[in-house]
Design a protein around this ligand. Structure first.
Ligand SMILES: Cc1cc2nc3c(=O)[nH]c(=O)nc-3n(C[C@H](O)[C@H](O)[C@H](O)COP(=O)(O)O)c2cc1C
Length: 303
């Protein structure tokens, strides 16, 4: 019997539904699937209040992680681990970082084949680079990556995703589509589990090569990579600035957060579109370089 361990942390249960669809055609009498939720010792709010949301920003951007509950009933005998995670401020969410830095993860994931499964707004490329580092630190082997992103154009989800996270409302309004991942995309995640079922039955995982090629596991937009790199650096610096103004919930920190939120809003609605326009022109002259970058960040599974 083959054993698959599935780990995830989800707030609104969106990632949980992606995980459920992913494994729906994976388990059977020969393949056991154990699903475990990672739980922070101190639960995060959902929906978030404005200040709680940005209070978490420095910890998330600096990948400090939070303390998580120890998972019960697990041993080190898994053939494959599927790690479902969401992105917080261009990094893996704090509970996932906390888990990957824990002693339990070091024991559980050492030398294990890992498939990462991302469900996020639109920007996961730099977070996955950080994930590679976290997995590398504990000796886990990343063999595949699947990423599902929110419906509608990225520019719409700059509005619909924060509205959802801060109010819990996912419905369409004005000319905006609903927030979150399309139900049809969630449903079709079962194709990955189906492929894994075949692979495990035929011992293909033992080759330590990607198992999910040619299934549309990821789709990197090369034009967004530069924005993610710039934003990651800027988040790191602003994280330090907000930390400098005091502890979580303190008044000076709230003032720093308010200034930052105004700055971020201005960036999103002015510099980001200008940057995208300038990039559009520049990218026209470096098409080959962009294709090369897309291929690099789409590794190991590819489109
Ligand atoms: C604090 C916070 C920061 C987020 N930052 C990002 C981000 O940088 N990029 C992104 O694509 N999505 C971001 N998201 C959206 C999440 O990745 C995810 O889509 C959403 O929280 C729903 O996940 P759930 O299954 O945990 O409810 C963020 C969400 C939260 C709560």
């Amino acid at each position: 019997m083959k054993k698959v361990l599935v780990l995830y942390y989800s707030q609104s249960a969106q990632l949980k539904s992606v995980v459920d669809s992913f494994v729906s055609k994976l388990g059977d009498k020969d393949i056991r699937v154990d699903i475990k939720e990672i739980k922070p010792l101190k639960p995060y709010p959902y929906p978030w209040s404005f200040y709680e949301f940005f209070d978490e920003f420095p910890d998330a951007a600096h990948m400090r992680g939070c303390e998580v509950e120890e998972l019960d009933g697990l041993d080190e005998s898994y053939d494959l681990v599927i790690l479902g995670y969401t992105i917080w401020f261009l990094a893996p969410s704090s509970p996932i970082v906390g888990f990957l830095k824990s002693n339990q993860a070091k024991k559980l994931l050492k030398d294990k084949r890992v498939i990462t499964l991302i469900a996020c707004r639109d920007m996961w490329v730099m977070a996955q680079e950080k994930m590679k580092m976290l997995l590398g630190n504990i000796g886990a082997k990343l063999i595949d990556n699947v990423a599902l992103t929110d419906q509608g154009k990225g520019i719409y989800s700059f509005v619909t995703t924060p509205r959802w996270l801060l109010s819990g409302k996912k419905d369409a309004f004005w000319f905006f589509p609903p927030a979150g991942i399309l139900q049809s995309d969630i449903d079709s995640a079962s194709k990955f589990g189906e492929r894994l079922n075949f692979a495990l039955r035929n011992d293909l995982e033992k080759r330590d090569k990607p198992l999910l090629k040619n299934l549309g596991a990821v789709n990197v937009n090369g034009k967004l990579i530069a924005s993610e790199v710039i934003a990651t650096r800027s988040f790191y610096i602003w994280g330090n600035i907000i930390d400098f103004f005091g502890k979580k919930k303190s008044l000076p920190r709230k003032i720093a957060i308010s200034v930052y939120a105004i700055f971020l809003g201005l960036m999103v609605f002015t510099l980001v579109p200008i940057n995208l326009l300038v990039r559009k022109v520049l990218n026209h002259f470096q098409k080959d370089r962009l294709i090369e970058l897309e291929k690099k960040y789409e590794e190991p599974s590819g489109r």
